[in-house]
Structure formats: C-alpha cells, structure tokens
Design a binder for this molecule. Structure first.
Ligand code: IPE
Ligand code: IPE
Ligand code: MG
Ligand code: MG
Ligand code: MG
Length: 297
C-alpha cells in the first residue's frame, strides 16, 4: 500500500491538537482570560505541526509507542509558537499575518503577545514533567529537558534569532548563514527527532543518525522558508516579500533562488542517506524529508 502523507499529517495533527487542548493546555477561560486566549489563538491556528509530527515519527522509527512522547511533541509545538509570536513582533520581523490569521500582537496588543509567548515556553517545560518516570529512567527525562532547553536557548533557536536580527542589511558568508539557519530553525527540528532517542536511550549510532537526519532537514526547512518568502502563494498563510523588505540574510539573497533550491535538495539527499539503515517504520520520516523540500506551505 502506498503511504499517504496528507492522511498521515491529518491523523497526527488531530492527535496532537486533541492532547494539547484536552490535557496539556489550561482552558482558555482560565484567569487571566486574555493571556490564555492569546496562547490558544496562536497555538491552535492552522499550522503544519511539523515538529510534533516529526517527534511522533521518530518514536515510530525507534519502536516506541507514540503516546510515550506526546508531552515532548506538545512542548515542541508550544516553544515553536512562542518563537512565532515573538518573531512577528514590531521589534523583530514586524509581520501582520501568520497561519492565515492576523498576528498575535495585532489581535491582543504587544504586551499580551509578549507574555503569551513567555508563558508558552514556561508551560512547555511544565508539560515535560508529564513524561513517564516509571517507564523511562529519570536521568533520561532530565537529559530530554536539558536538550530541549539547549535547542530553545543560546545553543539554538534564540541564538539564531539574535544572529538573524544582527545580520539584517549586512553581507554574511555562507558559513555564518548556515549557523544562523541551523540555530534559528534547525535546532528545534533536530530536537524533535532526537528527543525520543534520548528518552528511550537509543544506541549511539541510531541516535547519531537521527541527529544527522534532523540537521539536514532543519537546514532544508529554513532554506525552503526563505524561497517561499519569494515564491509562495496565498496558501502559505503569511505575507511574502518580508525578507527582502527587511534586508534579511537568506539563501536566495546570498546565492539566488536556483542555487538555494539545489542546496535544499542536497540536504534532502543527506537526510535520506542518514536513514539508509532504518527499516520500514522510518518511512514517515523519509516522506516528511521530501515534503520539507517540496512543500508550498
Ligand atoms: C515557520 O515555521 C517559522 C520557521 C521556523 C521557518 P513553520 O513553517 O513550521 O510554521 P507553522 O507551524 O506551519 O505555522
Ligand atoms: C523564523 O524565521 C525563525 C523562528 C524561530 C520563528 P523567519 O522569520 O523567516 O520565519 P517566518 O518566515 O516569519 O515564519
Ligand atoms: Mg524572523
Ligand atoms: Mg519572520
Ligand atoms: Mg521566513
């Protein structure tokens, strides 16, 4: 039977949204209502949920029940949405459209948008305490928490966002641009596939191959994001042309769209090579890698 990626995405997205809504998020009526409403507004807006889906798919490739990694999947999406809300603020990219809707600060104002982002990241680490310490060694759970903190902070996304803000309007070389992309976007994507391996204490080689896969698709993901900022259609759910307007350091700006597309497909080859020794249960990861490069959303 051929693998249906659209159906797979739909099914996994439903599982993730249900568990976030019913189990891991506080109801949006919780006091202070404006804060919880703002968190729900961006979290449940129609995004791809690619990081939590990668996490579930990595668990599948490792032979773990996907329910065991749901707290990690939810935490990843919460941290990602925190990064999106803050990324769109006037002090950062100053964007008005996200996931097909007005950005968080356009609806709730800057103060609440900042606080909703703050609370999503705090809450993400709270959710991680739901990991099953009777089933997995507590030291593995601690390593998961530490690794996610690194991928979020000054060894990952936030570091990348700082480099991004400092690189606007400047010429940076390919190595610096790679560092920027690997940090701002690659770190959380790599974490999504690596954290299940840490939780179950996977063999070193397996763990390293998943990291290699994550690094490759993480870089490809941001290269394609840069390309879509030029070539994307309405279905993207964000305003295009934002990068050129701000003089952002991007792959197309450095090497042109065609060469950027080549760089993304080179990364795809690298990602698929990393999974060469995995069995059929890594098929979703292989399909997701192709999606990352071919996507229009
Ligand atoms: C957008 O991420 C921001 C980047 C890190 C490139 P996504 O393209 O995953 O956005 P959503 O979650 O689908 O909205
Ligand atoms: C996003 O980079 C990185 C984040 C950590 C949110 P961009 O600024 O290019 O993302 P979009 O295009 O606004 O989604
Ligand atoms: Mg940005
Ligand atoms: Mg942006
Ligand atoms: Mg972008």
């Amino acid at each position: 039977m051929t693998f249906n990626l659209d159906l797979y995405f739909k099914q996994k997205k439903e599982i993730i949204d249900r568990v976030m809504l019913l189990k891991y998020m506080r109801p949006k009526e919780t006091d202070p209502v404006i804060l919880h409403e703002a968190m729900h507004y961006s979290l449940f807006a129609p995004g791809k949920r690619i990081r939590p889906i990668l996490c579930l798919s990595s668990a599948l490739a490792l032979g773990m029940p996907e329910s065991d990694v749901l707290p990690i999947a939810a935490a990843l999406e919460m941290i990602h949405v925190f990064s999106l809300i803050h990324d769109d603020l006037p002090a950062m990219d100053d964007d008005g459209l996200r996931r097909g809707l007005p950005t968080n600060h356009k609806v709730y104002g800057e103060a609440i948008a900042i606080l909703a982002g703050d609370n999503l990241v705090v809450h993400a680490f709270d959710v991680l305490t739901e990991l099953d310490a009777n089933k997995y060694p507590p030291q593995n759970i601690l390593k998961v928490i530490k690794r996610l903190a690194q991928a979020t902070g000054s060894d990952g996304m936030i570091a990348g966002q700082v480099i991004d803000m400092q690189s606007g309007g400047k010429q940076i070389d390919i190595n610096r641009l790679k560092t920027l992309h690997r940090n701002k976007t690659g770190a959380l994507i790599t974490a999504a596939v690596e954290l299940p391996a840490i939780l179950c204490g996977a063999a070193k080689d397996t763990h390293e191959r998943l990291v290699c896969y994550g690094n490759a698709i993480g870089l490809a993901f941001q290269i394609v994001d840069d390309i879509l900022d030029i070539e994307g259609g309405k279905e993207l759910g964000k305003n295009i042309g934002s990068d050129v307007k701000k003089g952002k350091a991007t792959y197309p700006a450095l090497m042109g769209v065609d060469r950027a597309k080549e760089a993304a497909s080179e990364a795809l080859t690298e990602a698929l090579d990393a999974l060469a020794n995995f069995k059929d249960n890594a098929e979703p990861l292989r399909h997701i890698a192709r999606f990352v490069v071919e996507r229009k959303v």
